[in-house]
Write a protein that binds this ligand. Structure first.
Ligand code: PAF
Length: 281
């Protein structure tokens, strides 16, 4: 596996692969890899000739009071996992190599990114889109795989690719859960065992919504209320930021739920912010 630390080396590596006629698959990550990331790598591995993974904890997508400094990092372990996953090139740039100190061009999205996580984290998607656009320019992937767990991120990236004509196919990988149902996340490492117990109710509330929908309930307000009640009764340590029933492509609220509608939520459990979602039907 080749380790690439500079942008220019990444660009010449990618150019060489393209000149050799190889299909480049790309999985961008912030590291501290878990089974969720590995599942995305397997999808990309299957569809591409060359698999590039990036590890970059991107400062521009964290707000001033967020967890950029304490975001978990373990490059040695990640390196081993990438090696075993059959990664061809691991791109692991430094912040100074990615952003000139006076960088002044950013990618903004005005609709899909505005609600849900975007409401509570105002500059988050601007940072995500900017770094993903930059990474796409460096890696020039034919396909890029993102997790469905970050459903709004996925929708915002699809919008950017469509509106700015990036020549990359965006593929989503299903949410990977722990045996107890908790959606895998690098941030789960921060949860104490009590907090983890409470956090399980997030997934249970989503499953409850799925059952209500299966039983014929299609009023989004009633589904949301039932979820809130379940959480309030069973998980007082869960501090809900939002629950929203939305269209999965536009992230706009829907009144009547249909097959394919998305229920997304974000909550704080202790000091850890967690997100999860489910597609109905
Ligand atoms: O989902 C993530 O890990 C990050 O938001 C991404 C897409 C790698 C951009 O920094």
């Amino acid at each position: 596996m080749r380790i690439i630390r500079s942008v220019s080396e990444m660009q010449s590596y990618a150019l060489q692969q393209r000149m050799d006629g190889l299909v480049i698959g790309f999985v961008p990550t912030m590291g501290f890899l878990h089974e969720g990331h590995l599942s995305l790598m397997r999808i990309a591995r299957e569809k591409a000739d060359v698999l590039v993974v990036s590890i970059f904890v991107n400062p521009t997508q964290f707000g001033p009071n967020e967890d950029f400094d304490r975001y978990p990092r373990d490059i040695e372990r990640d390196r081993g996992l990438c090696e075993s996953a059959g990664v061809d090139a691991l791109f692991y740039p430094e912040v100074a190599g990615m952003y000139p100190p006076d960088a002044s061009v950013f990618v903004d999205e005005d609709m899909v990114s505005q609600g849900l996580c975007g409401a509570g984290r105002p500059a988050h998607f601007r940072g995500v889109l900017t770094v993903v656009a930059k990474l796409f320019n460096m890696v020039t992937p034919d396909i890029a795989v993102f997790g469905q767990k970050d459903a709004q991120q996925l929708a915002v990236i699809r919008r950017m690719v469509r509106d700015l004509n990036f020549q990359v196919e965006i593929i989503s990988g299903p949410i990977v859960r722990e045996a107890d149902g908790l959606a895998m996340s690098s941030r789960n490492t921060f949860l104490s065992s009590d907090e983890r117990e409470q956090a399980l109710w997030l997934h249970r509330s989503l499953e409850n919504a799925q059952s209500l929908f299966a039983a014929g309930e299609d009023d989004s307000r009633k589904i949301e209320d039932a979820m809130r009640r379940l959480l309030a009764q069973n998980a007082p340590g869960v501090d809900l930021e939002y629950i929203a029933v939305v269209d999965a492509a536009t992230m706009q609220p829907v009144g009547r739920v249909v097959c394919g509608s998305l229920i997304a939520l974000a909550a704080r459990v202790g000091s850890t912010r967690l997100i999860d979602n489910i597609i109905l039907g």
